[in-house]
Ligand binder design. Structure first.
Ligand SMILES: [Zn+2]
Ligand SMILES: [Zn+2]
Ligand SMILES: [Zn+2]
Ligand SMILES: [Zn+2]
Ligand SMILES: [Zn+2]
Ligand SMILES: [Zn+2]
Ligand SMILES: [Zn+2]
Length: 98
């Protein structure tokens, strides 16, 4: 899966363990939930951590919801559920890997 490189311009805030934003474990790195965006550190600046295309998660038996026990994070106009280091978003009748 390719990762789009979208730099967040003029990001004066420096995310860190104590900055107060929700930390989201995402694969091999950590994102910070910031006003509905997910920001990851990249070489001294902050990138939007956006899915690089449409990646579906096949064979996803579990149905995420408000009470499913997985943490959720606001991502633009939808909600991602944090699931084993992935972010899953509902899309039609399946789950996307974000
Ligand atoms: Zn922060
Ligand atoms: Zn940020
Ligand atoms: Zn990420
Ligand atoms: Zn769930
Ligand atoms: Zn998402
Ligand atoms: Zn899931
Ligand atoms: Zn989809």
């Amino acid at each position: 899966m390719t990762t789009l490189h979208v730099e967040h311009p003029a990001h004066p805030h420096n995310h860190g363990p104590d900055c107060g934003h929700t930390r989201v474990s995402h694969g091999d790195h950590v994102d910070y939930a910031h006003d509905g965006h997910l920001h990851r550190e990249h070489g001294g600046h902050w990138d939007e951590c956006e899915p690089g295309g449409h990646v579906t998660h096949d064979g996803h038996e579990h149905r995420h919801g408000a009470d499913c026990g997985h943490p959720s994070v606001l991502h633009g106009d939808h909600v991602d559920y944090l699931h084993d280091g992935h972010r899953h978003a509902e899309h039609d009748d399946h789950w996307d890997d974000h």
